[in-house]
Design a protein around this ligand. Structure first.
Ligand SMILES: Cc1cc2nc3c(=O)[nH]c(=O)nc-3n(C[C@H](O)[C@H](O)[C@H](O)COP(=O)(O)OP(=O)(O)OC[C@H]3O[C@@H](n4cnc5c(N)ncnc54)[C@H](O)[C@@H]3O)c2cc1C
Length: 412
């Protein structure tokens, strides 16, 4: 049995620690805050079994022009932040070419395929069934042209990846979703997706299970990570922990730890906002207003509106222009009510230029392991990727082919 330090108690780190502890290893999970209090708290809470293809960089001239001119709610950017991200963003654009994207999507789909099936046993053992709703995810379309286009795509995805969906025209949608205040062109209801009414609480339940099965949860700063003998050491509040292996699962904060160690991966972030509203009639299902890139999700705390991508520095002050616009658009669809919190929440999706997470052994440091870069679907992928990393640390043949996700794909 090994000793392992896992740095970062978001969905990804917590699931990695949990898988290792369930196999009998001595595991310490370290976070500067509590489990599931950052990105894994603030997301839309959807376990996106339908998200078999990652988000590509738009390549059509009209989409790029709309983004550049600030006319697309999917994207907001701070000009000053772009030079530092330029090389990773160029890689993202290049990897979104049809040929490269097809191979990336195949590798991505192999992870997503295990998303709900890997959450399932953990939800059960953590007794978290009350947080999870298994009634799917609805994409709604305001424009008839975009609905028609997306129906064709949905049929292709359903056929290629064995996904289940229901197409609802305007009348059927109005009947299925009584919370809607206006008629829309139609909807695609993905039946295989699940949603969580308090995403941070699911991570907390997984972390509680981790402790029940013998894991140790400590507060500490990952920046203190240093080699110690043949392994690794990190300073926590009141104590120092040594272990043979250390796993970096710091989500959007990973680059800050790895750069000084000489690892320069093409990482960037897409910031996102949320806010809850005291709606008198929440939608029955999570709803993506696909023409406007905003998500409206019923949560225990109220209706949560989440936004698209903001390209800005991780620590730059909030500029919630997308949230304000999304609030107005969401108010056209449902009766939104007053905000619950005084200020919006701000977080960041940890992204890689090739849209695939980075998972596996660090190329130049023995006993150091990576599990980060899960971008738009880290909440979905935590259990599947935690299991994969546990297999790798144990030196087993991984339960799924790990080649496309290894850090060595970027060189040594
Ligand atoms: C608006 C929005 C909506 C989203 N919606 C969805 C969705 O519906 N479904 C989905 O699957 N994904 C969604 N995502 C993406 C998802 O939230 C992320 O991919 C996922 O949460 C990343 O998990 P993580 O564990 O890698 O990072 P995090 O959850 O951010 O965890 C990283 C942890 O590292 C800790 N940490 C950082 N620095 C240090 C340090 N120096 N020392 C110690 N600890 C440290 C932090 O405290 C944190 O707990 C969304 C993201 C956003 C922003």
């Amino acid at each position: 049995m090994a000793t392992v330090l896992v740095l970062g108690a978001g969905m990804v780190g917590t699931c990695t620690a949990l898988h290792l502890a369930l196999r009998g290893h001595t595991v310490t999970l370290v976070d500067r805050r509590g489990p599931g209090q950052e990105t894994s708290y603030g997301n839309a809470g959807i376990i996106q079994r339908e998200a078999v293809e990652p988000h590509p960089f738009p390549r059509e001239a009209c989409s790029l022009a709309k983004m550049a001119l600030g006319q697309d709610n999917a994207v907001h950017y701070s000009l000053g932040a772009l030079p530092a991200m330029a090389s990773a963003l160029f890689g993202y654009w290049a990897n979104s070419s049809p040929r490269r994207y097809a191979a990336i999507a195949r590798a991505y789909a192999r992870l997503i395929e295990h998303s709900t099936s890997e959450h399932e046993p953990l939800i059960e053992r953590a007794q978290a069934q009350g947080l999870v709703f298994r009634d799917g995810y609805r994409f709604v379309y305001r424009e008839a042209a975009s609905y028609r286009k997306e129906v064709a795509r949905a049929r292709r995805l359903a056929q290629s990846y064995g996904l289940q969906h229901v197409e609802l025209d305007s009348d059927a949608l109005a009947a299925a979703e009584p919370a809607l205040r206006r008629r829309l062109a139609g909807s695609i209801h993905w039946l295989d997706a699940w949603s969580v009414r308090d995403p941070g609480a699911l991570v907390e339940r997984y972390a509680a299970l981790f402790q029940e099965v013998g894991g140790t949860l400590l507060q500490g700063d990952a920046a203190t990570l240093a080699p110690a003998g043949a392994g690794w050491r990190v300073r926590c509040v009141d104590q120092t922990i040594d272990a043979e292996h250390a796993v970096v699962a710091l989500g959007p904060w990973t680059d800050a730890l790895l750069r000084p160690m000489g690892y320069r991966y093409p990482l960037f972030i897409k910031r996102g906002y949320h806010r809850h509203y005291q709606s008198s009639q929440p939608p029955a299902l999570p709803m993506m207003d696909a023409d406007n890139s905003l998500v409206i999700v019923p949560m225990f705390k109220g209706v949560r509106i989440t936004t698209g991508a903001e390209f800005a520095r991780l620590d730059a002050p909030p500029t919630p222009v997308q949230l304000e616009y999304s609030r107005r658009l969401a108010g056209e669809l449902i009766n939104l009510g007053e905000p619950v919190e005084p200020q919006p929440w701000l977080g960041a999706r940890p992204c890689t230029a090739d849209m695939l997470p980075i998972m596996g052994q660090a190329p130049r440091h023995k006993g150091l392991w990576f599990n980060f870069g899960h971008a738009h679907q880290g909440f979905t992928l935590g259990p599947a990727c935690g299991r994969l990393l546990a297999d790798m640390i144990e030196g087993k043949t991984p339960y799924l082919e790990s080649g496309p996700y290894l850090p060595t794909r970027f060189g040594a």
